[in-house]
Design a protein. Structure first.
Length: 247
């Protein structure tokens, strides 16, 4: 027990000595106190009192340092110059050639066909055929068949139905392989003939006007060339009447 008590007293003394040393109770050589350390850190001999102008200068300097640096100005590259427009040559001016028109009237079928073919062989010529028919009769018939045998078979069928007043136009005729059923001077007579034939059960009967057909050929083309050719045609078609027309 005496030893334990001695150790406790010794421990208390050591703690007391350590506390005194930490608080600086033993003089300046020991650990410095907190107020002394603060005083040494402030260094009052180096503190300066600034006037208003110096304070304003320091504030301006601080604002300049805090202001963001201006963004760099990016200058876009120059746009490339557009390519030069292609040079388009103007088309040569169109020379207008005066047109003319001449007509030959009173031509029959053959003459009209021949004159039309002659006119169309000329450069830049056109031809128009205006036909006029003076009706003199009405033809009752059944239109042409593709072959002679077909026409003969159809004629036999009509005869078998009791109608014998007919004939088949030959292959060398004006209307080959047509079955003719009569030619009449009036339209009323032709219609009565059709009624009687249809009463026998015959179908496909038609009426066609017949007469003298005349043609008026109108020819248009360059004036100078047409005048020259028209003089030649007037001599070749002496029976025709030369007339003016619109190109």
């Amino acid at each position: 027990m005496p030893i334990l008590r001695f150790l406790i007293i010794l421990l208390v003394l050591v703690n007391a000595i350590a506390l005194a040393a930490w608080q600086g109770w033993f003089g300046q050589d020991g650990t410095r106190s907190e107020p002394e350390r603060v005083t040494n850190q402030l260094k009052p001999e180096q503190i300066q009192v600034l006037d208003d102008a110096a304070v304003a200068a320091l504030q301006a300097e601080a604002r300049s340092a805090a202001a963001p640096a201006p963004a760099p100005v990016v200058v876009p590259p120059p746009e490339p110059a557009p390519p030069p427009a292609p040079v388009v040559e103007a088309p040569p001016p169109v020379v207008s050639v005066p047109k003319a028109c001449v007509a030959f009237a009173g031509l029959d079928d053959e003459a009209a066909d021949r004159l039309t073919r002659q006119a169309l062989r000329e450069p830049d010529f056109t031809a128009r055929d205006k036909a006029t028919t003076d009706v003199t009769s009405w033809w009752v018939h059944i239109p042409a068949h593709p072959t002679k045998d077909a026409a003969e078979r159809r004629a036999s069928e009509i005869r078998a139905k009791g109608w014998n007043d007919l004939f088949v136009v030959g292959e060398n005729g004006a209307r080959p392989l047509t079955i003719s059923l009569g030619l009449f001077k009036s339209e009323a007579s032709a219609k009565e003939q059709v009624r009687r034939i249809q009463a026998k059960g015959v179908r496909g009967v038609v009426i066609e006007e017949r007469g003298d057909t005349t043609h008026r050929i109108e020819i248009s083309g360059p004036a100078e060339a047409l005048i020259e050719r028209a003089a030649e045609w007037a001599g070749a078609y002496a029976g025709a009447t030369r007339e003016d027309c619109l190109p």
